[in-house]
Design a protein around this ligand. Structure first.
Ligand code: MTE
Ligand code: MO
Length: 301
């Protein structure tokens, strides 16, 4: 596996909220290599990543299982039971089974990753996630050589998820990555924000974060991860294949059929702040462009 990506900035550089490290996020790190992942570190990337504040990140959300309004998840997601939680890892793996969230956490190294987050709706934030590399979780289960894709599934509990009464999407919410995307060191399972447990509206207790793809790829509250040899179906592609492709890499040159993706509105930027140019692969081209060498990115959108 490739070397660990070093986060360009840590939240401590820019905000006092970093002081909030709760027990679960801390102990998980302490069990592995450690707190190195939480400490400040130098890096090579642009230094313009100022994280959004806690309030913005946790009150403006997309989580359709709790409703389609941006305030619905913060209002309704407290109904979701997240303890106990298990993730079934199955398909083309050596050790399929139900992995308890706490057991996973005790074996993972929690790091802080400050990532740009770009929704397909053309707004963006910067989020200081805590989490671990998906590759490390997949190593627990032992990926078999025949595996080529990874499929993900969100919990489906109609009693706790009022939005699922409406067939906005074909529940449960599902997503997928190619295996090389899944094991890329930028791809994480996020378990925290600002050192606190990730709030339910953001996908507690663990959600995927793939920073170079549109936000909908970053599936929340994951209960199942399946290694497969063929491209898995994805919720938004099933809903509208013309508008939402399997890859959904952030690309300012490929417009959504109904709007341009060339620029984005920064959440928290204020009413009169100018739109920001959207960057190829959301600013992570140096790290990930090679994954798509030789591919037509307009065709494979
Ligand atoms: N299960 C599930 N995952 C989901 C969604 C959803 O509706 N259900 N919305 C997606 C979309 S469109 C975006 S932009 C991000 C939003 O993440 P955030 O609320 O933490 O900012 O979650 C993604 N993951
Ligand atoms: Mo989104």
């Amino acid at each position: 596996m490739a070397g660990r990506y070093k986060s360009p900035l840590t939240a401590s550089d820019v905000t006092p909220e970093h002081a909030w490290l709760n027990r679960r996020q801390l102990m998980a790190g302490a069990a592995g290599l450690g707190l190195a992942g939480l400490a400040g570190r130098a890096g090579a990337a642009p230094g313009d990543l100022e994280p959004n504040d806690w309030e913005e990140i946790t009150s403006y959300n997309n989580y359709y299982e709790f409703g389609t309004g941006k305030e619905d998840p913060a209002r309704h997601a407290d109904q979701l039971t997240i303890d106990p939680w298990t993730v079934r890892i199955d398909g083309l793996v050596d050790r399929p089974g139900d992995y308890a969230f706490d057991d996973i956490m005790s074996q993972m190294t929690i790091e802080e990753r400050i990532y740009r987050f770009r929704c397909v709706e053309a707004w963006s934030m910067v989020v200081p996630w805590n989490g671990f590399e998906l590759a490390d979780l997949l190593d627990l289960a032992g990926v078999q050589p025949s595996a080529k894709y990874v499929a993900f599934e969100t919990v489906l509990r109609p009693d706790e998820m009022p939005g699922t009464a409406y067939k906005m999407l074909d529940w449960p919410y599902v997503e997928g990555l190619r295996l090389d995307e899944a094991v890329h060191p930028l791809t994480i399972m996020a378990t925290g924000i600002y050192g606190r447990d990730i709030p339910k509206q953001n996908g507690a207790p663990l959600r995927l974060v793939v920073p170079w793809k549109y936000g909908f790829k970053s599936i929340k509250s994951v209960v199942r991860i399946t290694l497969t040899d063929s491209e898995p179906p994805t919720a938004w592609n099933k809903a509208n294949a013309r508008e939402y492709g399997f890859y959904s890499n952030v690309n300012p040159e490929v417009s959504h059929p109904r709007w341009s993706q060339a620029t984005e509105r920064e959440i928290g930027g204020g009413l009169f702040s100018p739109r920001k140019p959207t960057l190829m692969f959301n600013g992570y081209a140096d790290e990930v462009a090679s994954l798509y060498e030789g591919m037509d990115l307009a065709e494979n959108f």
